[in-house]
Design a protein around this ligand. Structure first.
Ligand code: NAD
Length: 542
């Protein structure tokens, strides 16, 4: 125990590198990409710091080049999941009692490893197996992940510093205990940063973890484990297991020591997990914390006063970066009749310039969608739209999976504001536009609020401050992250805490103190300085 209250280094957002032609970072990431492409790797399970082979494997392929083999990964059996739980429970005592500065240093070191020696590798693996362009990889796998690691240390320190008042002759103290048991982290394919943070955030607060990455992110998940290990994470604190998600989840939720889930993924799966937790509630030693950030059907509304180019740019970037595979991606757009044509002409002009292909070619703005299932879902929705009398295809509509899962950026215009693709999360490069009469702005805001089950992100474009204010009020519960005159994507840790409500999640705001509070169970300690020695109060008199 050190006799001090150390202050951690002040967190600042990691600067985004440009990867402009001629820059050293561009040369380094391309070399790393090409070298990795030539090799195959194998990713074992990580249980109690050991690399474990199950004998059963699955393959990893680039979505933009699906016949190419990147490597294989081990698939866990039920016994491995039980071993991972046991390992987390065994590691808990020492880890939860380790001083905060020791735990924090590991994650700060991981951040510096990602910012320096591992930057090219985490970016290149994210480009290869999740098909991100270099810019999308850099803002996610490098910068956002680094920000999560650094800001969480600062937030944790602020939490620990929050202490109750102490009355006369008393010292009241709060200790922020980790949860009693272990935490289950289940991550999606679309953000390497989220995959890392779902286990790192509860681990920083003293919890130990069983982490199940998505089958479609294992390639960069192995780099996350490598970085954590190089940073000095002790054995058993984060155990990484891959395999049948239903079996893994069933096994984890059957443990009486299950203390919480940190989930990001689709709504339906999260609701099923919540239901199973409910069914098992009598078996648990403690009420589990349930934190889940889930789907979105994110909107852009343009007021007649909005600037045409600003709206068009918001649509192109908001809907099509990373092929629309961001939970925050704009997928339904409401344009006023007076400026709809001008806005859509600019959108189409930009999309005509955009090229689609491998992320290795830095000229491409759009690459492939993640897998065959996603390709099929998008193709089917586009084919339906082609047949519908309520929809016009303004741009795109072609799908080709001969080399990679390529879906052209597609703009649908519908006359039915409740058309399927205005309501259902497609999670791909398809945006649907509804054109409203200028005079119906107020009614349109109500339509936006009532159209979808989700409430994750949304944007209003308006030069008229009264109209912007009206949207803020009318759409108060329609989005957990609301943007004025900006695209609804690209939340930055420490600046725009992220999460939505309704069917979009528990809104525990990743990248903020609010999230970390879910991973502690505070204990109040009261101590009088002079302890009474007689039961009688003065009012009892003689
Ligand atoms: P997904 O729901 O298919 O998978 C998420 C995780 O759940 C994966 O690890 C997967 O293996 C696991 N899973 C699958 N079936 C399961 C089961 N039966 N039991 C337990 N776990 C199971 O999602 P995805 O395709 O990886 O990611 C896209 C989804 O994630 C979209 O809906 C998107 O909106 C959402 N998302 C939300 C946020 C947010 O912050 N709100 C951020 C990123 C992604």
């Amino acid at each position: 125990m050190l006799n001090s209250f150390p202050k951690s280094p002040k967190a600042v957002n990691e600067p985004i590198k440009s990867f402009a032609p001629g820059s050293p970072e561009r040369a380094e990431v391309l070399t790393t990409y090409k070298n990795l492409y030539k090799q195959t790797v194998h990713v074992p399970l990580t249980i109690n710091g050991e690399k474990v082979e199950s004998g059963n494997t699955a393959e990893m392929h680039p979505p933009h080049d699906h016949q190419h083999l990147l490597g294989t990964y081990s698939l866990a059996e039920k016994k491995h999941i039980n071993q991972a739980i046991e390992s987390a429970l065994n590691a808990r005592k020492a880890w939860s009692q380790l001083s905060f500065e020791q735990r924090a240093t590991i994650f700060l070191k991981a951040a510096d490893l990602l910012a320096g020696p591992y930057r090219a590798k985490i970016n290149a693996t994210t480009m290869l197996a999740q098909s991100k362009t270099i810019h999308q990889a850099e803002i996610d796998a490098a910068c956002e992940f680094i920000d999560f690691l650094r800001f969480n240390v600062q937030f944790a320190e602020e939490i620990y510093a929050e202490q109750p008042n102490s009355g006369d002759g008393i010292w009241n103290r709060l200790s922020y205990r980790p949860l009693e048991g272990f935490v289950y982290a289940v991550s999606p394919f679309n953000f390497t940063a989220i995959a890392g943070n779902l286990s790192a955030a509860p681990a920083l607060m003293g919890n130990t973890i069983v982490w199940k990455p998505s089958d479609h992110q294992v390639y960069s998940a192995q780099v996350i484990m490598e970085v954590f290990e190089e940073a000095g994470l002790p054995a058993g604190v984060i155990n990484m297991v891959m395999g049948d998600p239903a079996m893994i989840t069933e096994t984890v939720l059957a443990s009486p020591d299950f203390a919480g889930i940190h989930f990001t993924g689709s709504t339906f799966i999260f609701k099923n997990i919540w239901q199973k937790i409910g069914e098992n509630i009598h078996n648990y030693k403690t009420y589990p914390r349930i934190v889940g950030e889930t789907g979105g059907k994110d909107f852009i509304v343009a007021h007649p006063s909005a600037n045409v180019s600003e709206v068009a740019t918001g649509i192109v970037r908001g809907a099509f970066e990373f092929q629309g595979q961001k939970c925050s991606a704009a997928s339904r757009v409401y344009l006023p009749k007076s400026s709809a044509k001008a806005i859509l002409d600019e959108v189409v002009k930009s999309l005509e310039e955009i090229t689609m292909g491998s992320p290795e070619d830095f000229g491409n703005f759009v690459t492939a969608v993640i897998h065959q299932g996603s390709f099929d879902r998008l193709k089917e929705a586009i084919e339906e739209a082609k047949k519908s009398s309520e929809v016009t295809i303004l741009h795109g509509g072609k799908c080709d999976n001969s080399k990679g899962y390529f879906v052209e950026p597609t703009v649908l215009v519908t006359t039915n504001p409740h058309y399927d693709t205005m309501e259902r999360e497609l999670f791909g490069p398809v945006v649907t536009v509804y054109i409203y009469e200028d005079a119906n702005y107020t009614a349109t805001l109500e339509l936006v609020d009532q159209t979808s089950a989700y409430a994750l992100t949304g944007a209003i474009f308006s030069k008229d401050r009264y109209a912007a204010e009206e949207a803020l009020i009318a759409l108060e519960n329609s989005a957990g992250n609301f943007y004025i005159n900006d695209k609804p994507t690209g939340a930055v840790v420490g600046q725009q805490p992220f999460g939505g409500a309704r069917a979009s999640g528990t809104n525990d705001k990743a990248g903020s103190k609010l999230n970390l509070l879910r991973w502690v169970s505070p204990r109040l300690i009261k101590e009088p300085l002079l302890t009474p020695k007689n039961y009688r109060y003065p009012f009892l008199g003689e």
